[in-house]
Design a protein around this ligand. Structure first.
Ligand SMILES: Cc1cc2nc3c(=O)[nH]c(=O)nc-3n(C[C@H](O)[C@H](O)[C@H](O)COP(=O)(O)OP(=O)(O)OC[C@H]3O[C@@H](n4cnc5c(N)ncnc54)[C@H](O)[C@@H]3O)c2cc1C
Length: 416
């Protein structure tokens, strides 16, 4: 493509729209193509957290610096979270600053996806939905996850419970990972993440909901729909290949430990756009700004894969001890996410064993973290309460409620 020719972006999610906005603002002709009917359709009302602990700088300050208008989407700030230990003890992690902001993903006006879409359109980008293009014909590849390294399932419901967040480390309910409860303005989400591939995976969500119902008796939950999706965690030899920029999850720029990928998605989109505008070098910038965090998360994931509830309990205890000593619950979690010499050495040793080559990566040298196998301890029967929750959901579904997880298969030929 010549210097002045139009720039085609594959994927109108966060990374693609961020890149499109920066480019269009600089006067470039930008076309964004998405196979779905709208930005955010992949998520359909899911709540997600914009983490604010992994770096010294507030993510919203970064967004402002890059020229994004924060009033275009709804974000609810939290400085507190219920930390739910594996033995059901509940403590609270708090911070004097903003710990994270909850945003909604989807196609409603107030979602972050629609907020980014409006900004891309206002800047002059043209977005083509239900448009299939070839990777070879695009300059920026921003189409989210391709393979599956982990999955998350959630239920969205009406509730009269006040705004609240719970974060639970429990290896039975969320194998190798965590579950959470988010309540914002009368809408709740209970979600469980599975970092090991399971049979009859619905039981994990049912059992998780049963757990929250038992421990948060005032939820008064009225199911609306079930959502979910997959995460794709890869390390790439090249992030720019044959003139194409791989951003967001298409470039594997994700948090291997817990899946907080939105910040890296937007950031990588901005870096790719800057390179095109002659204001940076994408390959170098990704390695400098993002890869230290990605590599740290690989090391963290390796450690997480080796532990269970006993270690999760120790983590919760250490977190609370650190908070008591330093008066800030963000410090401990921030340290876990930040690069260190130990984590970078660990990464070198463990990554060859953790990652598997993707032969279809168009010469980019992609190594993916495969979806791990289930362990013996993952085989269990649902409690009567969880069975009842499953039956309640079947009834709600028969009356027309949606499950949006299945749509994710559009980008992956393998059944999940
Ligand atoms: C259930 C779930 C919960 C999550 N929770 C969090 C969280 O709390 N915090 C956090 O930071 N991250 C979270 N993540 C991760 C986060 O959502 C992703 O890392 C982030 O959205 C990646 O942005 P992206 O731009 O790479 O992809 P997306 O935002 O997914 O956008 C990709 C776009 O490309 C389109 N597309 C796909 N294939 C094609 C194709 N062939 N051609 C054209 N377009 C295509 C899709 O339709 C989509 O619109 C979660 C993920 C899941 C699945």
């Amino acid at each position: 493509m010549g210097e002045d020719s139009a720039i085609h972006i594959m994927g109108a999610g966060l990374s693609g729209l961020a890149a499109a906005t920066v480019l269009a603002k600089a006067g470039k002709e930008v076309h964004v193509h998405d196979i779905r009917e709208d930005s955010g359709a992949r998520f359909d009302g899911d709540f997600q957290a914009l983490e604010n602990w992994s770096m010294g700088v507030d993510f919203f300050d970064q967004l402002k610096e890059w020229g994004f208008d924060l009033s275009e989407f709804k974000a609810t700030e939290f400085d507190i979270v219920d930390l739910i230990h594996p033995d059901n003890v509940v403590t609270q992690a708090t911070t004097p600053s903003v710990a994270y902001r909850i945003v909604e993903r989807g196609t409603s006006d107030h979602t972050i996806d629609q907020g980014f879409k409006r900004q891309a359109l206002a800047a002059g980008a043209q977005i083509h939905y239900k448009s299939r293009v070839k990777e070879e014909d695009c300059t920026i590849i921003a189409c989210g996850p391709k393979g599956t390294s982990a999955v998350a399932y959630g239920e969205i419901f009406h509730t009269d419970h006040p705004n609240h967040i719970g974060f639970q480390l429990n290896d039975k309910l969320a194998p190798g990972s965590y579950s959470y409860l988010i309540i914002i303005d009368g809408i709740g989400l209970i979600c469980t993440c599975l970092w090991r591939k399971q049979k009859k995976s619905e039981r994990f969500l049912n059992e998780t909901i049963a757990w929250y119902e038992a421990h948060y008796p005032n939820l008064n939950r009225k199911p609306i729909k079930r959502v979910g999706g997959k995460g794709d965690f890869t390390i790439n030899r090249n992030y720019k290949q044959d003139g194409r920029y791989y951003v967001g999850e298409s470039g594997g720029l994700q948090d291997f430990m817990w899946g907080f990928g939105m910040r890296m998605a937007v950031w990588s989109g901005v870096l790719a756009a800057n390179d095109i505008l002659g204001k940076g070098n994408y390959e170098d910038d990704v390695r400098k700004h993002l890869m230290p965090y990605v590599r740290t998360s690989v090391a963290n994931r390796w450690l997480m894969n080796r532990v269970g509830d006993r270690m999760f309990k120790r983590m919760c205890t250490a977190w609370m001890k650190d908070q008591k000593k330093n008066g800030d619950g963000l410090r401990w979690i921030g340290k876990l996410f930040r690069p260190s010499l130990f984590k970078s050495i660990l990464y070198r040793f463990v990554s060859p064993f953790m990652l598997v080559k993707d032969p279809k990566s168009m010469g980019r040298g992609v190594r993916r973290m495969p979806f791990r196998k289930a362990l013996k301890r993952d085989v269990w029967e649902q409690s009567p309460e969880a069975v009842a929750i499953g039956e309640q959901w079947n009834e709600v579904r028969r009356n027309g409620a949606k499950v949006s997880f299945a749509k994710d298969a559009e980008t992956d030929n393998k059944p999940q």
